[in-house]
Design a protein around this ligand. Sequence first.
Ligand code: F6P
Length: 323
Amino acid sequence: MKTIAVFTSGGDAPGMNACIRAVVRSAIHFGLDVYGIKRGYEGMIKGEFKKMSANSVSGIIQTGGTILRSARSDAFRTPEGRQKAYEQLKKKGIEGIVAIGGDGTFTGAQVFMQEYPDLAIVGCPGTIDNDLYGTDFTIGYDTAINTAMNAIDNIKDTANAHDRLFFVEVMGRDAGFIALSSGIASGAEAVMVPESKTSIDKLIQTLEENFQKKKNASIVVVAEGDDAGGAFQVAEAVKKRFSRYEIKVCILGHLQRGGRPTCMDRVRASRMGIAAVKALMEGQKGVMIGEWHRSIKYVPFEKAIKHNAELNPTLLEMVKILA
Ligand code: F6P
């Protein structure tokens, strides 16, 4: 293999830049030519390729977002779009690709490789949601939970000052990792996640017990994908039957996606980026780089996407014990 490319796709995550840097610098170290593809699959179709040098990735390890931009591409969902993308790659002589993203990115990569078997794509898990099977942590997750935790700490100050109950909504369309970790770390009274059935009755019981324990304020962290709805819906349902506190809602939203990556995310992203280049050089394809019990593992895309990482139930139990 002589020429590879790297792109980011789907929701951006802090640490993606550290990963791009590691891919570019390790590729150059191993004597490969490396291109950066702008705007994910969309840029691939349009031929938005840039030859990268060691300097192209200077000064980015500490930044959030992605210098290669990200996009969701409708055109790539069509065979015609994928054919155009393939032709653009061939024009540049690109044989191997590092795809940094989440399940949508890897699903696209799988279809692409089935149609064009001479392409080798290796993935790095880049998503704040931490919802990919086969890696203990995804790139961006550590930063996102710290951002959410800091925001909840701030909300606690004002909740305490005014004797209020806050419903704080964190990201996680299909997964409760961010909610659970940031909730435990900020001492939330309850955490609601898509992985477990939400009972408004039980929630009200918990809040009442806390009120009886003389807590003057409470925090409930709600994952956006919770089965009872987002924080507004849960707050509405509680408000109808529980009036011990004034109730407020705060949606943390996209602020969780940006910001300077933590040390853990920078190191993890750098390690995974190098591992992805090595995997391509070994002839691997269709696998995601996972960090599993501290070691690098190759996880077939199919497993990474379909098996979904599972929440540790003992952590959910912890919230109840510690509330
Ligand atoms: O990056 C994953 C994620 O943060 C989900 O938790 C969330 O639902 C989604 O992205 C929102 O992304 P966007 O608003 O950019 O489409």
